[in-house]
Write a protein that binds this ligand. Structure first.
Ligand SMILES: Cc1cc2nc3c(=O)[nH]c(=O)nc-3n(C[C@H](O)[C@H](O)[C@H](O)COP(=O)(O)OP(=O)(O)OC[C@H]3O[C@@H](n4cnc5c(N)ncnc54)[C@H](O)[C@@H]3O)c2cc1C
Length: 381
């Protein structure tokens, strides 16, 4: 059993880290302060192969596996949680869906531009009454013979302010739950698609979250991804990958918080000694490092399962559950170790403390991850 990245995986991780250190980290505070979607950095990330990491080279992607992708997301997140979240949506929730379920025409129209960063994708599943209960779609897609008209409201669509294309989920057959949900590719300039609100957020600022109103948006029949009624299954398949990426994002944020805490423990002196000499501080550092390493292993396990299995819901849920909660604890302990120096608005640890919280909420809350894991256990899988 190997517990190390292969040479190829490590090379991809290292190149992502180099990009993160040189170009992303210097921008992180500004992205947070202005809450502006970093379009230029996203374009640069595309040039590094980070917008379509697992998409085949022939289709414009980097042609890497999920472990390389997760390792790269961790490296980016250590510099900017926001950019890591943007990349995770474009990769796992949009490009991979089109690569796996799209028709030849859909792949031709969108895959290369999404994988290279020439276009940005977004995933519109959540609604005012369909967050955790995602199958409870109120958005309707009504067939008119040659196509569909989509009417409803989507909320919290990350990448939404900059997206060129949305995967929109809607009920083609209402009242039968998930089995009546279908997925559609909707270009951002489709008539009737309006941005209704832009939520102001605690963290991962600059993610370009947007609420969308769909006012009888007309799409041709070819906009359907997969079969009618297959949309919910597609969403869950996408989340198997997305949750691994969010787990990797959490590890990156937690690691950045740990690095800040370790440096402070060496530097800050009280009673004539560095605070790292006190056992109370040492134990916090030891717990942070141990939990983050455990989280990283679960991320790689989830990523390896995604590489080799058609579904990897339980492995992804375990990775996201543990990594997001471990990273939350790490950010909290980092704040304790930095004390007032961390609590000051504008400090790195203050930003990480805010950024990490979303990892326990989006792409399924921690409660949802526990539900998924328990369902697998009880089913004897
Ligand atoms: C920054 C951000 C970005 C996002 N980006 C996207 C995006 O790009 N696309 C998208 O579609 N959505 C996105 N979302 C939405 C996100 O997926 C939902 O917020 C999330 O799924 C939770 O839904 P909710 O907020 O409606 O909470 P609710 O569903 O209202 O849940 C409230 C609380 O009740 C708990 N709960 C609910 N049901 C149960 C149950 N059966 N058992 C136990 N506990 C339960 C939940 O865990 C939670 O603690 C984003 C959200 C945020 C904050």
């Amino acid at each position: 059993m190997r517990l190390e990245l292969t040479t190829e995986q490590e090379a991809f991780r290292a190149s992502a880290q180099q990009f993160a250190e040189a170009e992303v980290r210097p921008r992180a505070a500004e992205i947070d302060a202005t809450d502006r979607f970093p379009s230029d950095l996203v374009r640069r990330a595309g040039e590094q192969g980070l917008m379509g990491v697992t998409i085949p080279v022939a289709a414009g992607g980097a042609g890497r596996g999920y472990v390389s992708y997760a390792a790269a997301i961790e490296a980016i997140a250590a510099a900017s949680a926001t950019l890591a979240a943007i990349l995770s949506v474009n990769n796992s929730l949009v490009a991979e869906v089109i690569a796996r379920f799209g028709t030849a025409r859909q792949r031709e129209a969108w895959l290369r531009s999404l994988a290279t960063g020439a276009a940005i994708g977004a995933f519109a599943l959540s609604e005012p009454d369909a967050g955790t209960d995602a199958a409870n779609q109120r958005t309707r897609a009504v067939s008119d013979g040659a196509g569909y008209r989509l009417t409803g409201r989507k909320v919290w669509v990350a990448n939404g302010t900059a997206a060129d294309v949305f995967i929109v989920f809607a009920a083609t057959e209402p009242d039968i739950g998930g089995r009546g949900v279908s997925a559609f590719l909707v270009p951002a300039d489709a008539p009737g698609l309006h941005a209704s609100a832009t939520p102001d957020t605690l963290g991962v600022r600059g993610l370009g979250c947007r609420d969308l109103d769909l006012d009888a948006v007309r799409v041709p029949a070819e906009a359907l991804i997969g079969a009618a009624g297959g949309g919910f299954r597609i969403a869950m398949w996408a989340l198997d990958g997305g949750r691994v990426a969010i787990a990797a994002q959490a590890v990156g944020v937690g690691q950045a918080a740990f690095d800040e805490a370790l440096a402070h423990a060496r530097r800050r002196r009280t009673f004539g000694r560095p605070i790292g000499r006190y056992q109370a501080v040492q134990w916090m550092l030891a717990d942070m490092a141990t939990e983050l390493e455990a989280a990283r292993m679960l991320v790689y396990r989830g990523a390896a399962a995604k590489e080799t299995q058609e579904r990897s819901a339980s492995e992804a849920a375990m990775a996201k559950l543990y990594a997001s909660e471990a990273a939350h604890r790490a950010a909290d302990k980092a704040m304790q170790i930095l004390a007032s120096a961390g609590y000051r608005r504008g400090s790195t640890v203050e930003r990480l403390f805010r950024d990490v919280r979303a990892t326990e909420i989006y792409q399924g809350t921690s409660e949802v991850q526990r539900m998924v894991i328990a369902a697998h256990l009880l089913a004897g899988r």
